[in-house]
Write a protein that binds this ligand. Structure first.
Ligand code: PLP
Length: 410
C-alpha cells in the first residue's frame, strides 16, 4: 500500500464540521428553488436570512482599522482589552481582583487553552452528555479525551448527582478534573441553570475539590442572550472560588454579532495570587505557541465597545433588539412545541433547543425530506431558533412531529 505523508492519527479526518456540511446541502436545495427551512447554523439571522449585525459594532471596527491595528498585538492580548473583559464580567468588584485574562481567538481558542493547561496529555475533559461538538475535536487534537455524565435526571433538571460522580471518577483516575459548563443557554439543549442550581453546583464542586484540584470552565458564549439567567451565574463564582479554579471563556462572536472577528478571552480566577500568576503565564505560553497573538483590530474595537460609555450604551440598545427578535421565536416555539407535546428540556433563552427523539438520524432525515434541516445529535435533534423566523415555527414543529414519529417507528 502506498504510504501517506499524513501521520496515521491525522489521516481520514473530516476537514469540515458536519454542521457546515448540512448547511451547504440546505443552501444548495434552496438555490435550486425548493422551499427550505434551515435551522442548522449557530448564527443569529434576520427573518430574511441575512446575518444580524450591530451597526455600532461594525462602525467601530471600521474606525479602528488603521496602521496601529495593522501591527501585531501583544502576545497575551492588549492590556486594555484584557482589563475590559474582566470589567465586563465582574465590574470593579472583588471577583475582578481575583481574575487574570488573555486574549484568544474566540471562545474556541479559550476552550483550547483551558484543555491544554488544566489537563495532562491523555487525561479527560468532563462535559454533560449533550455538548457542543467541537469540545471533542479540541480534546482529540490536543491529545486529551472527552468523557460525559448524564445531563438530565428523571425530573428533567440538570443532574447534579451525575456531575458529582463524574468529578469523583476523574479525581480518582487522573488526580484532577476539568469540567465545562456551557451556561447560560447551553448549546445544544437550550437549558440554563437557575440560581438555586448554581448554588447547589458550587456545593457539589466544593465536596469534590476536597479530593483534588477541580477546575470549572464556564463557557459563557451565549451569556448576553441569557435573559434572566444572563449574569446570575456570576453570583455562584465566590462560592466556587472557595475550593476550585474557575475559568470563563468569553467571546464577542455572539455578544457583538462579530463571529468572523475571532475576538475572545480566557479569564482565570483563583483565590491565591501565586496561582493566578501561574495561570496567566501558562495561558500566555499557549498563545505564543499556537496563534502567536490575536486580532489586533478586534481587540481595539472590543475595548472601545466595552469601555466607552456612549458606545456601550448603543451596543446594549442594539443588542436588546436582537434579544427581542430571538425572544419572539422562543415564545412561538414554546407555544407550538408545548401544544404538540414535543419533548424538550426547559428552554427560555438562547440560540438553540434540543428536541429529544429515539432515533436522531431517522428523525433528521425525515425532516430533510420535508425541507427542514436540523442537526442530529445523540438522543435528539438540535434546532437553531437563531436562524428560524417566528413565522416558520409552525412548519418546524410539524416537521419535528413527523420526524419523531418516524424515529419512533422500528
Ligand atoms: C457552546 C459554544 N462555545 C463556544 C463557542 C465559541 O464560538 P467562537 O469561537 O466563535 O467564540 C460556540 C460557538 O458556536 C459555542 O456554541
Amino acid at each position: 500500500m502506498k504510504s501517506s505523508s499524513v501521520i496515521p492519527a491525522a489521516r481520514d479526518r473530516s476537514g469540515n464540521d458536519p454542521i457546515f456540511a448540512l448547511n451547504a446541502d440546505a443552501r444548495r436545495r434552496a438555490q435550486a428553488g425548493e422551499s427550505i427551512l434551515n435551522a442548522t447554523l449557530g448564527a443569529l439571522m434576520n427573518d430574511d436570512g441575512s446575518l444580524c449585525t450591530m451597526p455600532t459594532v461594525v462602525e467601530t471596527f471600521r474606525r479602528f482599522a488603521d496602521e496601529r491595528s495593522a501591527g501585531y498585538a501583544p502576545i497575551s492580548g492588549l492590556p486594555a482589552f484584557r482589563e475590559a473583559v474582566v470589567l465586563d464580567l465582574f465590574a470593579d468588584g472583588p471577583l475582578a481582583r481575583q481574575a487574570v485574562a488573555v486574549a484568544t481567538p474566540g471562545g474556541t481558542g479559550a476552550v483550547f487553552a483551558a484543555v491544554m493547561n488544566f489537563l495532562e496529555p491523555g487525561q479527560k475533559l468532563l462535559v454533560p452528555g449533550y455538548y457542543w461538538g467541537p469540545y471533542r475535536v479540541i480534546c482529540d487534537h490536543a491529545g486529551r479525551e472527552i468523557d460525559t455524565f448524564p445531563m438530565f435526571g428523571r425530573d428533567g433538571a440538570f443532574d447534579l448527582d451525575a456531575l458529582a460522580e463524574g468529578l469523583d471518577r476523574h479525581l480518582a483516575i487522573q488526580g484532577r478534573a476539568l469540567v465545562v459548563l456551557n451556561f447560560p443557554c447551553h448549546n445544544p439543549t437550550g437549558y440554563s441553570l437557575d440560581q438555586h442550581e448554581w448554588r447547589r453546583l458550587s456545593q457539589t464542586v466544593a465536596r469534590a475539590a476536597e479530593k483534588g484540584p477541580v477546575t470549572v470552565l464556564v463557557d459563557a458564549a451565549y451569556m448576553e442572550f441569557g435573559g434572566r439567567a444572563a449574569r446570575s451565574w456570576i453570583n455562584a463564582l465566590p462560592g466556587l472560588l472557595g475550593s476550585a479554579t474557575v475559568l470563563v471563556a468569553w467571546t464577542g462572536s455572539k455578544s457583538f454579532a462579530e463571529y468572523g472577528a475571532r475576538v475572545g478571552a480566557l479569564v482565570g480566577l483563583h483565590r491565591d495570587e501565586g496561582e493566578r500568576i501561574q495561570i496567566e503565564n501558562a495561558l500566555g505560553y499557549t498563545c505564543r505557541s499556537t496563534w502567536s497573538n490575536c486580532n489586533h483590530l478586534g481587540q481595539l474595537a472590543a475595548t472601545a465597545l466595552l469601555t466607552d460609555p456612549e458606545l456601550a450604551e448603543r451596543v446594549t440598545r442594539e443588542r436588546s433588539g436582537l434579544v427581542e427578535l430571538l425572544r419572539e421565536r422562543i415564545d412561538a416555539f414554546n407555544e407550538h412545541a408545548g401544544a404538540a407535546g414535543l419533548p424538550t428540556p426547559r428552554y427560555d433563552a438562547g440560540f438553540f433547543v434540543a428536541v429529544f427523539t429515539p432515533d436522531e438520524e431517522r428523525t433528521a432525515a425525515r425532516m430533510r425530506e420535508l425541507g427542514v434541516y436540523t442537526v442530529p445529535i445523540p438522543g435528539a435533534v438540535r434546532v437553531a431558533l437563531c436562524s428560524t423566523p417566528a413565522s416558520a415555527i409552525p412548519r418546524l414543529v410539524e416537521a419535528l412531529e413527523a420526524g419523531i414519529a418516524t424515529g419512533a417507528r422500528r
